[in-house]
Design a protein around this ligand. Structure first.
Ligand code: ZN
Ligand code: FE
Length: 256
């Protein structure tokens, strides 16, 4: 495996297209827009070697075709015809190897945001699209609260130090909501202060890591008594299990 770094390319208002790159080549995760990726690769003198897609939404796959018209590279993505450009369809327990970099990434099916959403993890990294965000989770467009709970639980079982590369810069708004649920959570306060400084300097707040998510993310912390109590208050009735709690706080966040 060669030395590489992971660099975000910004797209639209708050998307990150994560780029795994060394001095000559790059693989990109969820290129919703080709233009900023092409600009970046040209500026840095890099050849594209692979595309990774986590889910079918246009802000994650919209740049596939234009990139492929210039670089004929493999596209690793989910079993879902809504992404016609995918050349290697992968699901649970598949492992992909990024060409040139020789990085092995394990695939996990993590439905909830969409029914065919997948994540890629390996070498201390997790690319999780719109399922797990720093201190938040994706909206339930196609999946159920139960699916999202199972997906987040699975992701939270990765090693604490795993760096979490999410698809959007949503951290501050997520933290504000999380603070309403757990005002006494010191890790959340620290995250809010750090993320505020980073955003003031126009820096990304990502990657997060799994330890941070376990300490701060209310959608991961659905078993915590304070979160259960807050969710029950919102729902107007006692909630008895983590799936109900997740459903309630997801709905609350939608209207927050
Ligand atoms: Zn999405
Ligand atoms: Fe998205």
């Amino acid at each position: 495996m060669s030395a590489y770094e992971v660099v975000p390319v910004r797209a639209f208002s708050d998307n990150y297209i994560w780029t795994i790159r060394d001095g000559s080549c790059a693989a990109v995760v969820d290129p919703g827009d080709a233009e900023p990726v092409i600009d970046y690769l040209e500026r840095e003198g890099l050849e594209l070697v692979a595309i990774i897609n986590t889910h079918h939404h246009a802000d994650h796959v919209g740049g596939n075709a234009q990139l492929l018209s210039r670089w004929q590279v493999p596209v690793f993505g989910p079993h879902d015809d809504r992404i016609p450009e995918v050349t290697h369809r992968v699901g649970d327990f598949d492992r992909v190897t990024l060409p040139h970099f020789d990085i092995a990434l394990d695939v996990m099916e993590i439905p909830g945001h969409t029914r065919s959403h997948i994540a890629f993890s390996g070498d201390g990294m997790l690319f999780c699209g719109d399922t797990l965000f720093a201190a938040g989770c994706g909206r339930l467009f196609e999946g159920t609260p139960k699916q999202m709970h199972e997906s987040l639980t699975r992701l939270a079982q990765l090693a604490d130090a795993t760096r979490v590369y999410c698809g959007h810069e949503y951290t501050l708004s997520n933290v504000r909501f999380a603070r309403a649920l757990e005002p006494g959570n010191a890790a959340l306060l620290e995250l809010e202060q750090r993320a505020t400084r980073q955003r003031e300097q126009n820096l990304p707040t990502l990657p997060s890591d799994i330890a941070q998510e376990k300490a701060t993310n209310p959608f991961v912390r659905v078993g915590e008594p304070l979160i259960v109590a807050a969710a029950s208050k919102y729902a107007g009735k006692p909630l008895h299990n983590p799936v109900e709690v997740l459903a309630a706080i997801r709905e609350w966040k939608n209207n927050y």
